[in-house]
Design a protein around this ligand. Structure first.
Ligand SMILES: *[C@@H]1O[C@H](CO)[C@@H](O)[C@H](O)[C@H]1NC(C)=O
Ligand SMILES: *[C@@H]1O[C@H](CO)[C@@H](O)[C@H](O)[C@H]1NC(C)=O
Ligand SMILES: *[C@@H]1O[C@H](CO)[C@@H](O)[C@H](O)[C@H]1NC(C)=O
Ligand SMILES: *[C@@H]1O[C@H](CO)[C@@H](O)[C@H](O)[C@H]1NC(C)=O
Ligand SMILES: *[C@@H]1O[C@H](CO)[C@@H](O)[C@H](O)[C@H]1NC(C)=O
Ligand SMILES: *[C@@H]1O[C@H](CO)[C@@H](O)[C@H](O)[C@H]1NC(C)=O
Ligand SMILES: *[C@@H]1O[C@H](CO)[C@@H](O)[C@H](O)[C@H]1NC(C)=O
Ligand SMILES: *[C@@H]1O[C@H](CO)[C@@H](O)[C@H](O)[C@H]1NC(C)=O
Ligand SMILES: *[C@@H]1O[C@H](CO)[C@@H](O)[C@H](O)[C@H]1NC(C)=O
Length: 798
């Protein structure tokens, strides 16, 4: 008896030990097919005494059997080996955010116990094979952010247990067959967004997905009518159908929502071709935070009584439609509302003084409607309002004295209205960047530098009569193009005449020049380019014969003279081969002149803009590496760490040896974050050098710069200027252009500049891959600038 027991227990422990041994072996076998540059898996080893259940990323449910492998973000590449399926109890496999470059590892479907497979954000390519149906137990399938292409196979319909299906940001194409999705009764998240070639109707059987909380179909090719599926989508929280080709009117949602209210939080059908009335029922869902219908053909009026129920609404976007009737006045007092966009409709009505109740309001744009209203007094009480645009309406009466009391108010546009009377004193308008009152009833002309300065000018009378002049235009910063000359001359004149302007200068290099000489030499003849967004640029020949570049920036007095000096000093201390030297600066209460070294060759943008641009590949690569080094230095090596925030080919100068140098960087430190933001955001069309997240992420990041770098790299690879404006048409967005091209067969080679010898094709394709990573829509997917430098350098050696 005892002997039998002993025998049994020995047998058992041998069995256990042998299965532990084989699990360990399997893991090592898996590791052997993987390239692990950072040695993240160094503890996955035969020789270590660490139990395999404690190896990096491994966890077990029972003492030996591996149940989960999580190797996310370890920079792994190589091959995902089928040996994994020997792990009999493996349920979760997460290889997201790596560099696996292979077709979908179908053999994993043999891992019978697998429930989660996350391959998001790799370089997976090829089609979704029919055999995908073999992932029988799969609940969380995430192939997002890869290069998966082709049709979604009907066989996928047999994955009945799916809870999350994410194919977002891939290259899927074709139609989705009706009936395929109807079996996904457990599905909670369905993401087919950003698949521009997925040209399909929205299948009506999505309506069977009663547990679905997120339906994300934005930026794909969905067309036709939205099926009447809201009845069935009983758990829906987030609906995003924006940027498709949808037509027809919205299915009725109101009855349904009022009979079974759900937790709808976000409803976005913007940028389609939808028509018909406003979906009055959406506010039956009290939880609605974001409602966007903009840029469609909706018409009719928006009922106030429905809007009043939207107590949690933060964003309301109905611009660019055919709405008419009275603008729903409740919107102006919703407690959480931040954004109201209604421009380019035919709304009537007024903005009530009770707007002060919308205490969170940040941004209002209602231009080009038929509002007939006085300027609402309540605006002065709003603490977060930074933009108020109501041009092309019927605004009348005088501006109240508190019209820009909001401490962050930056942009006011009341042009093309019927305002009259006096412009009040503007001493509170400290953050104002643009005030436009053009084409009003009795216009006047005032602004800094003009005879009637609107800003805190003690010599001028406290207020001006509108009747004085017949034109009104008040621009405080943006409209340089219109009056910067007047301003410039005025500054010089006032200096000469009265010495009222008190100039202070700091030179970091021995510049033998007085402020006066500098000012005198900045005339129309010395202007170079249009100077970009932040100010005009002059090339000045100093009395010593030396040339310098002077950039004139309006002084928004966001910081004291001392603080300003410290900021500029911080920038001026940078010594790097790929960053332009700051020679000095001078400033008055109104202006800051930044003095930079002069590089006679001009900017990379100048070269790219020429039809005969024909730099060799090695020169292009050298320039790209130089720019990347300059950025990497600003980001990580220089203290304090700096962001460029304004990288574009026009801001990359070339020295005599074509070594690139960054200029115009970190201007936010000089003019202040708010002004910087408003100048960027007030550009008429947003620059294609700006990362797509720029609009909604308040915080600037290294990844924003990486994106801009990617755009410049694409310019170098394609030989095309990013913002090229061919024959007055819409500017070319080089990122979109390239992405569109490379999705066709052999397209990647076709985007490359044909002027470069085909000998360098592979190198260029490798660089293209880097550029595409840098311009990834997802900021986290973009490499650091150090990584970019390394990758580009490795091409140089090849
Ligand atoms: C690990 O050890 C086993 C047994 O000691 C051996 O058979 C196997 O080859 C080793 N594997 C590696 C990768 O060294
Ligand atoms: C992956 O690579 C990037 C850049 O090369 C690096 O910043 C990051 O730290 C690496 N990740 C790991 C886990 O080593
Ligand atoms: C392995 O997983 C299966 C199903 O998940 C389970 O029934 C079994 O008990 C597990 N085996 C061990 C040894 O944990
Ligand atoms: C897959 O990994 C990504 C990256 O971490 C993560 O955002 C995503 O939520 C994961 N997907 C699933 C289905 O868990
Ligand atoms: C849906 O499920 C039913 C019953 O299990 C099955 O007969 C049908 O083929 C499934 N549909 C799809 C598209 O897989
Ligand atoms: C919409 O359809 C038109 C033509 O039918 C096509 O040119 C366009 O690319 C489509 N837009 C989207 C976003 O799919
Ligand atoms: C909305 O437009 C449709 C046709 O596009 C028209 O029949 C209908 O009368 C319009 N409704 C309103 C309220 O203007
Ligand atoms: C004003 O809106 C109408 C549509 O309501 C549009 O056709 C027109 O172009 C807009 N005007 C401007 C200046 O944007
Ligand atoms: C505005 O004027 C006051 C008094 O005239 C002066 O103290 C203040 O410095 C001026 N501010 C600016 C920005 O010019």
């Amino acid at each position: 008896m005892a002997a039998t027991l002993l025998f049994l227990s020995t047998l058992l422990s041998t069995l256990v030990a042998s299965s532990a041994f084989s699990e360990r072996e399997t893991l090592i076998q898996f590791k052997n097919s993987i390239v692990d540059p950072t040695k993240a898996l160094s503890d996955w080893s035969n020789t270590t005494s660490i139990h395999h259940c404690s190896w990096t990323g491994v966890s077990c449910t029972n003492p030996f059997l591996v149940s989960s492998i999580n190797l996310q973000s370890l920079n792994l590449s190589g091959e995902i080996s089928s040996s994994l399926c020997n792990l009999v109890n493996l349920t979760h496999l997460n290889l997201a955010d790596n560099f696996f470059n292979q077709p979908i590892p179908l053999h994993l479907s043999e891992c019978v116990s697998l429930v989660t497979l996350n391959l998001s954000n790799n370089l997976i390519w090829g089609t979704l094979p029919d055999q995908i149906s073999q992932f029988k137990k799969m609940e969380f399938l995430d192939f997002s952010r890869n290069h998966v292409e082709g049709k979604i196979p009907d066989s996928i319909g047999s994955l009945h247990h799916l809870k999350v299906l994410n194919f977002g940001s891939n290259l899927l194409s074709g139609e989705i067959s009706p009936g395929v999705f109807g079996n996904f009764t457990e599905l909670v998240v369905l993401d087919l967004s950003h698949n521009p070639f997925l040209v399909s109707e929205i299948p009506a059987d999505f309506g069977k997905l009663s547990k679905l909380e997120q339906l994300l179909l934005q930026s794909s090719g969905f067309y036709g009518e939205i099926p009447g599926f809201f009845n069935g989508l009983k758990s829906l929280k987030i609906l995003d159908l924006s940027q498709n080709n949808l037509t027809g009117s919205l299915p009725r949602i109101e009855l349904l929502l009022s009979s079974s209210p759900r937790n709808l939080v976000s409803f976005d059908v913007s940028q389609n071709k939808l028509s018909g009335p406003f979906p009055n029922g959406v506010c039956e869902s009290k939880s609605l935070v974001h409602l966007s219908l903009h840029t469609n053909f909706f018409n009719g009026s928006i009922s106030n009584e429905f809007i009043v129920k939207c107590t949690n609404l933060e964003k309301f976007e109905v611009q660019n439609n055919g709405f008419s009737g009275k603008f729903p006045s409740w919107l102006w007092s919703l407690p959480k509302i931040k954004l109201i966009r209604g421009e380019n409709n035919r709304f009537t009505g007024e903005i009530p003084d009770s707007i002060s109740e919308a205490a969170q309001l940040e941004h209002v744009q209602i231009d080009n409607n038929s509002f007939t209203t006085k300027f609402p007094l309540g605006v002065g009480k709003l603490r977060s309002l930074y933009r108020l645009s109501a041009s092309l309406n019927g605004l009348y009466g005088e501006l109240p004295p508190n019209f820009c009391d909001s401490p962050v108010m930056s942009i006011i546009d009341f042009s093309h209205n019927f305002l009259s009377g006096n412009i009040p004193e503007m001493k509170n308008c400290r953050k104002l960047v643009s005030l436009s009152l053009a084409n009003n009833r009795n216009p006047d002309l005032c602004g800094p530098g003009l005879p009637n300065s609107c800003l805190n000018d003690s010599s001028a009378s406290k207020s001006f009569s509108f009747a004085k002049l017949t034109f009104a235009l008040v621009f405080i910063a943006i409209a340089f193009a219109i009056f910067v000359f007047a301003f410039g001359f005025y500054m010089i004149r006032s200096y000469k005449k009265s010495r009222l302007g008190l100039w202070r200068s700091v030179f970091f290099y021995p510049l033998r020049v007085t402020e006066q000489e500098l000012l005198m030499s900045m005339d129309e003849k010395s202007v170079r380019g249009n100077g970009g967004n932040f100010g005009r640029v002059y090339v000045v020949n100093l009395p010593s014969g030396e040339f310098v570049v002077v950039k004139k920036i309006l002084n928004f007095s966001y910081q004291s003279s001392k603080a300003l000096k410290n900021e500029v000093k911080t920038l001026a201390k940078i010594r790097h081969k790929n960053v332009v030297k700051i020679m000095g600066f001078c400033h008055s209460d109104d202006s800051i002149f930044m003095i930079y070294e002069y590089l006679p060759k001009g900017s990379l943008g100048d070269f790219l803009g020429k039809p005969d641009f024909d730099f060799s590949w090695s020169l292009r690569l050298k320039i790209a590496i130089g720019i990347a080094r300059g950025l990497a230095y600003l980001h990580r090596d220089y203290l304090p760490h700096l962001l460029n925030r304004n990288l574009k080919s026009n801001n990359i100068l070339l020295d005599a040896d074509f070594e690139p140098k960054l200029t115009d960087f970190a201007l936010d430190r000089i003019i202040g974050e708010n002004t910087f933001q408003s100048i960027i955001s007030s550009q008429s069309t947003s620059s294609c050098y700006l990362a797509p997240e720029y609009g909604h992420m308040k915080k600037a990041t290294e990844q924003n710069d990486t994106y801009s770098f990617g755009v410049v790299l694409l310019e170098l690879l394609t030989g095309r200027k990013a913002e090229e404006n061919k024959s007055g048409g819409a500017p070319l967005d080089v990122v979109k252009w390239v992405r569109r091209k490379i999705n066709i067969t052999d397209g990647a080679s076709r985007v490359l500049d044909p002027k470069v010898s085909s000998l360098f094709r592979q190198q260029m394709l490798d660089a293209l891959e880097i550029a595409l990573r840098c311009t990834s829509v997802v900021p986290e997917k973009r490499p650091s600038m150090y990584e970019v430098v390394r990758s580009l350098q490795s091409l140089e050696i090849m």
